[in-house]
Unconditional design. Structure first.
Length: 375
C-alpha cells in the first residue's frame, strides 16, 4: 500500500495555516492540476490527492482529528465520504468554487448588475497651486440615470419582463462530461446580458438604456503638495450603470506646470543661483525666487561654485503629512565668456597681485568626489 503524503504538504501550507489560507491554496492547486488542464501523467491522481487533503483540512473537526492522530484519525472519512459525481473527489461545490470563486447557483434566479464606467479627467494646475493647494471647478459630460424611467429602461407604465431564454437566472449553462463527471460552464445570458430581465417597451427618452448624457459640474479640492501623475478619486462620480446599476468613480489626473526657475524633486525645491566672481570672492546679498515670491540670501565671502544655501521650510508641503521641504540654492560662479576691455585690465591686475590658485581646505577633493560618484 502506498504511503499517503502529509495533507499540509499536499496543499503546500504550514500546519498553522488559517482556514482562508487553506482554501486559497486548494483553489490555486486545483486550477493548476485539474486533469482537463494538466495533461501530464498522474494528473488525475494528484487531483484526487488534493481533494482528499482539502476534505480533511477544510473541515475543522476532521482537521483537529488529523492534527492529533494523523491519517489514522481520518481514515474512512476522507476519501469516500460525501459521495457525489466521480466518487472519491471532493464535493462538486468545492471544485466549482476553485474554478469560479463560488458555488453554483442551484437554479435560483439572480440579476447581474452592471456598474457604470470609471471616468478620467485631466486637470492642469499652476506650480504655486500645487504647493499651496487649490479648489477647481470642472465640467465634463457623463451618463446619468434617466429620470423618466428612473433608470429601469422601460417606458413608464410598462414593466420589465423575465428573460425567456434564461428564465430570469441571467445565466447560460453548458454541461460537459469529464473524467470527474459533469462539469457546468456558466456564462452570462446573451439576450439579457446577465440581467435576467428584458425591456419589451423601451423608454423613449433613454431608448431602453436607463441613462442619458448630461454636463456635470463639480468642485474639486486639490490638496497642497500634490505632484504631476497623482490622481484624486471621487467615488460615485463616474457614469451611472445601465438600467439602474451603480455609478463608477471619477479620477482627476493632475498635471503641474513647471516653474521657470525652481525645480521640484518630491518635497524639495532647487534653484541655481548665478554669482559673479567678485560677488563670490567678496560676498554679496542676492535675491532668489521662492514659491511665495522672492527672498534675500547672504553669499559669504569666498563662496565656491557648487556651494549650497538651504532655506528651511521653503519647499513643498508633505502630502498627507506635516511640514514642508526645503529650498536648496546652488551657487554657480559664472566666468564671463567675453570680458570687456575694462574687465580684462582689472583681471590682469588681480592676477598680478594674486598667488597661484589653491584648492580650498576642508572640502572634498576631486578624487573624493569621483570616488563618491563611481564608488
Amino acid at each position: 500500500m502506498a504511503v499517503k503524503r502529509d495533507y499540509y504538504e499536499v496543499l503546500g501550507v504550514q500546519r498553522d495555516a488559517s482556514d482562508e489560507e487553506i482554501k486559497r491554496a486548494f483553489r490555486r492547486a486545483a486550477q493548476r492540476h485539474h486533469p482537463d488542464i494538466d495533461g501530464s501523467d498522474g494528473a488525475e491522481q494528484r487531483f484526487k490527492e488534493l481533494n482528499e487533503a482539502y476534505r480533511v483540512l477544510g473541515d475543522r473537526q476532521r482537521r483537529s482529528a488529523y492534527d492529533m492522530f494523523g491519517h489514522a484519525g481520518v481514515d474512512g472519512t476522507s476519501a469516500g465520504a460525501g459521495g457525489g459525481a466521480g466518487g472519491g473527489f471532493g464535493p462538486f461545490g468545492d471544485i466549482f468554487d476553485a474554478f469560479f470563486g463560488g458555488s453554483p447557483a442551484g437554479g435560483r434566479q439572480r440579476r447581474r448588475v452592471v456598474a457604470g464606467a470609471d471616468l478620467r479627467y485631466d486637470l492642469t494646475i499652476e506650480f504655486a497651486e500645487a504647493v499651496s493647494g487649490v479648489t477647481k471647478e470642472i465640467h465634463f459630460p457623463v451618463l446619468v440615470g434617466c429620470t423618466v424611467c428612473e433608470g429601469s429602461g422601460a417606458e413608464p407604465g410598462s414593466q420589465r419582463e423575465t428573460c425567456p431564454e434564461c428564465k430570469g437566472s441571467g445565466e447560460r449553462r453548458r454541461v460537459s462530461q469529464t473524467i470527474l463527471g459533469q462539469m457546468v460552464n456558466i456564462t452570462a445570458c446573451p439576450r439579457c446580458n446577465g440581467e435576467g430581465q428584458i425591456v419589451t417597451t423601451p423608454c423613449t427618452t433613454c431608448r431602453g438604456d436607463g441613462r442619458v448624457r448630461e454636463e456635470r459640474k463639480l468642485t474639486v479640492s486639490v490638496p497642497a503638495g500634490i505632484d504631476s501623475g497623482q490622481r484624486i478619486a471621487l467615488e460615485g462620480q463616474g457614469e451611472a450603470g445601465p438600467r439602474g446599476g451603480p455609478a463608477g468613480d471619477l479620477y482627476v489626473a493632475v498635471t503641474v506646470k513647471e516653474h521657470p526657475e525652481l525645480v521640484r524633486r518630491g518635497t524639495e525645491l532647487y534653484h541655481e543661483l548665478p554669482v559673479s566672481f567678485p560677488q563670490a570672492a567678496l560676498g554679496a546679498t542676492l535675491t532668489v525666487p521662492t514659491v511665495e515670491g522672492t527672498e534675500e540670501v547672504q553669499i559669504p565671502a569666498g563662496t565656491q561654485s557648487g556651494t549650497e544655501v538651504r532655506l528651511r521650510g521653503r519647499g513643498v508641503p508633505r502630502l498627507r503629512g506635516v511640514g514642508r521641504g526645503d529650498l536648496h540654492v546652488i551657487v554657480t560662479v559664472v566666468v564671463p565668456h567675453k570680458p570687456t576691455k575694462k574687465e580684462r585690465e582689472l583681471l590682469k591686475q588681480l592676477d598680478e597681485v594674486s598667488g597661484p590658485a589653491v584648492l580650498p581646505k576642508g572640502g572634498p577633493s576631486l578624487v573624493d568626489r569621483l570616488r563618491d560618484l563611481f564608488g
